[in-house]
Ligand binder design. Structure first.
Ligand code: 5GP
Ligand code: MG
Length: 369
């Protein structure tokens, strides 16, 4: 992923794919113009890179020049009338091939046609490396197209975003969701996960998704997914991962503008972790880190016994039950620790200290992501 100014872009078309497309175009055009010396005209600025690579692959004599379109200043017109700069050569009787980096709506192409009407060229042929068929609004024929792409903004290989990105040898596509920080938060019972989740949510403007709450919400409101989940639970069966993932997907969707998410209570298995990563990828995002609060067992037991005295939660009152819950936590999360460690996305944070101290430690991890 790259960042240009305020926007994030993800890899989209590799240098090799671009190279192959240009090779195909050059070979095809050389066949079609076998008996002529065409004049290739690049439209600046974007096309400098494609023209350079194209003519190196063109196996026969040819001429190369560039033009640039510039808006007339001070013209009162709803249509921004363009004029041509840089065309100093007489092109009458010549076979002209326009080499474009990208054709989007076709507005630029319409101007080129308008301008070349007066040039008395033998033929005007259009070749473009990239073409967005769903954005194209004109009827002009495109004689050669390298790669068709969806109607999304791209940068690289001559194309810029606000001046940057032209030098990149491959093409990147804008990310539909901009940069999010997505965390999987873990901690044994008594580690203070809930307290910290609340602080992080405020500090980083994240949405806290507690899987238990999501389940309860869907079942209580009898959503289609809730009913489906319940049908498994009523039979005493585990709810399939796909159902849970779809519930989480709906939560992510509901908060599409969020800065990120804190996932709590999910994933529990590496298959779920992979499914969650896939879900986030489908939203043009990813799980950036698993953060686990680490607290020694003896301290956890002490804290939970203390909590049991006031909360009246029976499972917080018995030391052997507490011990078991802690053991279970470690046996279950070990797999996830391995899963995220392999990707360098596991961060253990010391969970002993004041609430502020622990928040500070968590923030250090998150700020470095
Ligand atoms: P059109 O006139 O066909 O709508 O668009 C042509 C011009 O718009 C291109 O020459 C290029 O400067 C710009 N453009 C269109 N789509 C893109 C894109 O996805 N990325 C970048 N960087 N520029 C684009
Ligand atoms: Mg252009």
């Amino acid at each position: 992923m790259i960042k240009l100014h305020d926007k994030f872009f993800k890899p989209f078309i590799a240098a090799k794919q671009i190279d192959d497309a240009i090779t195909r175009m050059a070979e095809q055009i050389a066949v079609d113009f076998a008996d002529e010396v065409p004049v290739f005209i690049g439209v600046l600025n974007g096309s400098f890179m494609v023209v350079s690579d194209f003519v190196k692959k063109y196996p026969k004599p040819c001429e190369v020049t560039f033009i640039k379109l510039a808006s007339y200043e001070g013209v009162k017109s709803t249509e921004d009338i363009q004029r041509l700069i840089g065309l100093t050569q007489d092109l009458s009787g010549r076979s002209v091939v326009i080499l474009e980096d990208i054709i989007d709506t076709g507005g630029t192409l319409a101007e080129i046609h308008r301008i070349f009407k007066n040039e008395n060229v033998k033929s005007l042929t259009i070749a473009t490396l990239f073409y967005k068929p769903t954005a194209y609004k004109k009827d002009f024929k495109l004689h050669y197209v390298g790669i068709e792409i969806p109607d999304k903004f791209i940068v690289g290989y001559g194309l810029d975003y606000d001046g940057l990105g032209r030098n990149l040898p491959e093409v990147y596509q804008i990310k539909t969701t901009q940069h999010m920080t997505n965390l999987v938060l873990f901690g044994p019972p008594g580690a203070g996960k809930g307290t910290q989740a609340n602080f992080l949510k405020e500090k980083y403007d994240l949405v806290h998704i507690s899987t238990g709450d999501v389940f309860r919400y869907n079942i209580k409101n009898e959503t289609a997914l809730g009913m489906l989940a319940k049908s498994y639970m009523d039979k005493g069966e585990l709810v399939p991962d796909q159902v849970t993932i779809e519930m989480l997907s709906a939560e992510v969707e509901k908060n599409a503008g969020a800065n990120g998410f804190i996932f709590d209570g999910f994933p529990r298995t590496s298959a779920q972790a992979a499914a969650l990563q896939e879900l986030m990828h489908s939203k043009d995002s990813e799980i950036n880190a698993m953060i686990a609060l680490e607290v020694e067992d003896s301290i956890l037991i002490e804290r939970l016994l203390e909590r049991g005295k006031t909360s009246g939660r029976s499972d917080d009152a018995d030391e052997s039950i507490i011990s078991n819950r802690i053991k279970e936590y470690y046996s279950k999360t070990a797999i996830l620790k391995d899963y995220y460690s392999e990707q360098d996305r596991y961060f253990g944070v010391d969970g002993v200290g004041s609430v502020e101290e622990i928040t500070e430690r968590l923030s250090t991890v998150i700020d470095a992501l």
